[in-house]
Design a protein around this ligand. Structure first.
Ligand code: MN
Length: 323
């Protein structure tokens, strides 16, 4: 799910941060169309495009859903990125043009490497009564972004560090790692703390970090991070201190070595130039929406009962790189 189509307002809010900590405010984005969901977007925003190679963070729910197909995202393309799906509640069926069909449930990760190009659909199942989770994208480095697409699914075991329970779904932390593929040094983990709990996590000084708070109001690096906000810490940390207040905390910890490559993001594409993204759009419209080449860049999704999503019109300005 998720796209950049309706993303007019970009804001940053600094709410009395401790030195070094940026508190990034979410903005509400109605996805509209067949998605009909509101999401809370913390990446990208005007003052921060990336955390490591993480280039997109949408947080949604809990939203009630009733019956199969309550969330129904028709086949749509991606290039130059990985999508990472992590649920707190609900169940989604994924289908993509590599032939992968997978159910995802809370505590499991779907990682889809779009590489040169892929398309996929996402539909909530009859078992889902609420949907609650995060949709994340990872920008692929230039050396890897033309790789053939592939899909991975994993079920990370919970590990305990201090008072915290962690589920590492991308990368590794303190020796506990995820089997899914990362193309740059990267971390993605669910972190839970009981009320009054605290933990000091080992940090890689080469990484920058972000803590996206789903529940509770933890202190992170000495700053209070409100619910739905993202606390950012720059590289240079040797440890990460996380303290719950009066309420239990659930959060997603993102980290990585700064990508160091300007990227161009538009709709569901990540590229390196305006012209490249225009070409991706034209290929999608011609090969898939127009039906010209089912064996083209984006392949074909089998078993989805409906048509693929047409791309929106391009803006009247040239797309500019962000870093
Ligand atoms: Mn998608």
């Amino acid at each position: 799910m998720s796209n950049l189509e309706q993303d007019p307002a970009e804001t940053i809010c600094l709410t009395e941060p401790a030195p070094g900590v940026e508190v990034l405010e979410p903005r509400d984005v109605p996805l509209g169309g067949p998605r009909a969901m509101n999401v809370r977007r913390t990446l990208p925003q005007r003052k921060r495009s990336l955390i490591g190679a993480w280039c997109f963070a949408d947080h949604y729910g809990p939203d009630p859903v009733t019956g199969p197909g309550a969330m129904d995202v028709p086949p749509h393309p991606h290039t130059g990125l990985q999508t990472v799906t992590w649920l707190f509640e609900g169940e989604i069926e994924h289908r993509d043009s590599t032939g992968a069909v997978a159910l995802i449930r809370p505590g499991q990760v779907n990682l889809m490497t779009a590489g040169a190009g892929i398309q996929h659909s996402e539909v909530s199942t009859a078992a889902a009564t609420r949907l609650h989770g995060v949709q994340l994208w990872v920008a692929l480095p230039d050396a890897s972004r033309h790789t053939a697409p592939f899909f991975e699914h994993a079920n990370p075991e919970p590990v305990t560090i201090g008072d915290a329970t962690l589920r590492v779904f991308v990368g590794a932390l303190d020796g506990d790692g995820s089997p899914v593929t990362a193309f740059t040094p990267l971390l993605g983990a669910q972190v839970e703390l009981p009320a009054g709990g605290a933990v000091t996590l080992p940090a890689d000084p080469a990484f920058e970090y972000g803590l996206l708070v789903d529940a509770g109001a933890p202190r992170f690096g000495g700053a209070d991070i409100p619910r739905d906000h993202l606390g950012y810490l720059p590289p240079g940390q040797s440890e990460l201190r996380l303290e719950a207040g009066d309420a239990p905390v659930r959060a997603v910890l993102l980290g990585g070595v700064p990508l160091g490559e300007p990227i161009v993001m538009w709709w569901n594409f990540v590229g390196r130039s305006h012209d490249e993204v225009v070409a991706f759009r034209e290929q999608w419209q011609r090969d898939v929406i127009g039906g010209a080449d089912a064996a083209g860049r984006f392949g074909r999704v089998e078993g989805y009962p409906g048509a693929a999503l047409p791309a929106p019109e391009l803006p009247n300005v040239r797309l500019t790189p962000r870093d």
